[in-house]
Design a protein around this ligand. Structure first.
Ligand code: GLC
Length: 720
């Protein structure tokens, strides 16, 4: 399609329609699409709606085709609709939440899962996904940490790029669906961990830690970006010209589409930076926002603003052209349905291959937080008790689960019974998963089952809709009822393993002290129960590593490993009592309960012979960092070897350590591997005190190990 010619023939109303996105419910009453934000009056009529250029959250091939036909018939130039949806961690076959996928440290796995999601979504008529979310997540009180790969810029960027590759492919395959990186920017740093709250970051902190992961997705070729709801320095991201024009377009060279978040134009009135919707449109258009999601201010007020000379036709044409270009790249003018097909939906959705991949993802993103030796359980056990509010809970697919359904999910109880067909597997819920629950109606039954069992699987945690958007929490503990149940069951049977379900790090110091084993499954998705069973009984070997720190107490939030040293560091950050004038709490440790990068296996891996190829490097040279990793265990396993550096003296304070690289090894029992990382001067660059992105000569510490606090260390110098 000659889109420039098409643009030249379009009326202003048609162009403004292309810059408007409405939810599916406005196109088809049959549609049961999720309203993923506050629904509000549109203030436009049917004829205006028929000019809309894109639709949000459609749910099936049949509905999409019907709607596409009707819309194109009514469009004066028969421009096809763009169908977009939040395909965040799977479409109908749901894999673990992105925070869990970050714990896999496995870019290939992430890419494969994103590919699976893209195929399932594409056959249901989805053209674009609002994923990956790259908000740095350092505050577990914020409910949307579940959508992020975690707290580290390097890990998030590599996982984000893998998601983009998986969704978008090379753009030639009809199953490729453009990705939309969000929420630009720094949505993960809201004041007090409360969703939508203001973000206050220096330009240095924004650029050094919060922007790199979005940049990694732009460099991976992401086709769309979504500004965040929050303000940064008092400016809403949707109206933030510094972000959307200076950084995104001019510095990064992004040529794709910018789409607002849900109703974000109008929210600028609520922020108090726009007198009314018309003023909000002037701000958004002049900042560089193209499509307005789920509100119609641009459609209604752009003409007045044009007449007043406060926005220009060039801006409207440029934005419209970007939208038409995306539709053209997708071939929608020639084939408005793309690969939407009811037949393919039936063949692909929840097919055995997809379920197998979802199960593997759940196995590899699970984190074995603690194991005093009770795991793996023997498969010869005769009597197993599966107890707790998540024992037979099917609501373990997580929030933002696309078209996933709880009834598709395999529970822990079902998984254990499938794995141990000859064992007697009893169950009781014990208590509900409600926040703040105090009642334990099945306590006696739980104690009785635990007492009689050879082993107990105690399933505790946070319900899937208690994290995610709008679901910030000030307390991150398990309910009193769950802790009462845990104490009683653990007292009744020492051969007990806790399986945790959570959309964020939880505060579990007491549980961690009394439970001999804790396996964190996060929100594992459709195959969660099978994955949990295989891990618990040794058919799979845990290999996940935490992508986000587990606070010892909410009062520590935000808490993350790559912190600065301060001028008065504590002597023993793991100790509860600290004395003197140092950066401490009087009542809790400074360190988290479980650190970034932590994760156990049924093997023990030893790290030896850390050697550097030189003591000094110069720009243009490579430093090789070698280490030997040995699997001392009795079984095959995977181990993520992590490399951190510390810039010991610089023109700004630098983190005590920063992840710079990681590699996931596969090792047979007794096998050793020589791992070689390469560091160059470019890896040592940061935003200096002058704001330049550069390296500075001096001494560096390089650390390699199995987690951010179990490391071998050596030093080298950079000379320039
Ligand atoms: C929501 C979310 C955003 C999502 C959009 C469309 O409010 O903030 O992540 O993509 O609306 O559902």
């Amino acid at each position: 399609m000659d889109i420039k010619k098409l643009l030249s023939e379009m009326t202003l109303a048609e162009k403004l329609g292309q810059l408007t996105q409405l939810n599916a419910v406005f196109f088809n009453a049959e549609n049961d699409a999720d309203i993923t934000g506050p629904a509000a009056k549109l203030h436009i009529g049917e004829d205006d709606i028929s000019l809309t250029g894109s639709v949000l959250n459609f749910t099936s091939a049949a509905l999409m085709k019907k709607t596409q036909d009707a819309a194109m018939a009514r469009q004066p130039h028969h421009i096809p609709l763009l169908f977009m949806q939040d395909v965040i961690h799977g479409f109908r076959t749901v894999y673990p939440i992105p925070l869990a996928m970050g714990c896999s440290f496995d870019e290939t796995l992430v890419e494969d899962c994103a590919r699976m999601a893209a195929k399932e979504a594409a056959v249901s008529g989805v053209h674009v996904t609002f994923s990956p979310m790259m908000d740095l997540a350092r505050d577990a009180r914020w409910g949307r940490v579940m959508e992020s790969p975690g707290e580290d810029p390097t890990l998030n960027g590599r996982v984000g790029a893998a998601f983009v590759r998986g969704y978008q492919g090379d753009g030639t395959d009809p199953y490729d669906i453009p990705a939309c990186v969000k929420h630009f920017a720094a949505y993960g740093a809201p004041e007090a961990g409360r969703d939508y709250a203001p973000v206050e970051l220096s330009e240095h902190t924004l650029r050094e830690y919060y922007l790199p992961a979005y940049r990694a997705c732009v460099d991976a070729g992401v086709k769309m970006i979504m500004p965040a709801f929050n303000t940064i320095g008092g400016v809403p991201c949707t109206a933030n010209r510094h972000l959307l024009d200076t950084i995104l377009r001019r510095e990064w060279g992004f040529k794709g589409v910018v789409i607002s978040d849900y109703h974000a134009h109008h929210e600028m009135v609520k922020h108090g930076v726009a007198e009314n919707d018309k003023e909000a449109v002037a701000l958004a258009v002049n900042a560089g926002c193209d499509i307005e999601m789920m509100s119609t201010a641009t459609y209604r007020f752009a003409k007045e603003l044009l007449d007043e000379g406060r926005i220009t036709m060039e801006q409207i044409d440029a934005a419209t052209l970007r939208v038409l270009e995306l539709k053209n790249q997708l071939g929608l003018f020639e084939n408005p349905y793309r690969v939407a097909s009811e037949k393919e939906e039936k063949r692909l959705h929840l097919c055995p291959e997809h379920r197998a991949l979802a199960r593997r993802a759940a196995e590899e993103s699970a984190v074995l937080l603690k194991n005093d030796g009770v795991l793996p359980f023997s498969k010869a056990l005769r009597k197993v008790a599966v107890i707790g509010p998540f024992a037979k809970e099917q609501g373990i697919k997580g929030n933002w689960a696309g078209n996933g359904r709880d009834e598709d999910c395999v529970t822990v109880l079902a998984g254990v019974r499938t794995l141990l067909p000859d064992a007697e597997v009893a169950t009781t819920r014990g208590c509900s998963w409600e926040l703040g629950e105090t009642k334990v109606p099945d306590l006696e039954e739980a104690v009785e089952l635990a007492s009689e069992a050879d082993a107990v699987v105690l399933c505790l945690g946070e319900y899937q809709h208690h994290s995610g958007e709008g679901n910030s929490r000030a307390t991150l503990t398990l309910s009193p009822a769950q802790m009462t149940l845990a104490r009683a069951v653990l007292d009744a049977n020492k051969n007990t393993a806790v399986v945790l379900f959570n959309g964020r790090p939880l505060v579990i110091p007491e549980l961690s002290a009394i439970a001999p084993a804790i396996l964190d499954m996060w929100q594992p998705g459709t195959e969660g129960g099978n994955a949990a069973a295989r891990l618990l009984f040794g058919d799979a070997n845990p290999c996940g590593k935490l992508s986000m720190s587990f606070p010892y107490h909410e009062g520590q939030c935000p808490i993350y490993y790559s912190h600065l040293h301060t001028g008065r560091p504590v002597a023993n950050p793991k100790e509860i009592t600290q004395t003197g004038y140092c950066s401490r709490y009087m009542d809790v440790p400074v360190d988290p309960l479980y650190v970034f990068g932590h994760g156990l296996s049924y093997n023990t891996y030893t790290y030896d012979n850390l050697t550097l190829s030189a003591d000094v490097i110069h720009p243009g040279e490579e430093l090789e960092v070698a280490v030997t990793v040995k699997n001392e265990g009795k079984r095959y396993g995977k181990e993520t070897v992590q490399l951190y550096i510390r810039d010991k003296v610089a023109s700004v304070a630098r983190p005590v350590k920063e992840l710079k690289d990681f590699v996931k090894l596969e090792l047979e029992a007794g096998e050793s591997a020589a791992v070689i990382f390469t560091i160059t001067e470019e890896d040592l660059r940061f935003h200096t005190v002058s704001g330049a992105f550069d390296s500075e000569a001096g001494e560096f510490e390089v650390m390699v190990g199995k987690s951010s606090d179990e490391l071998l260390a050596a030093t080298f110098r950079l000379e320039k």
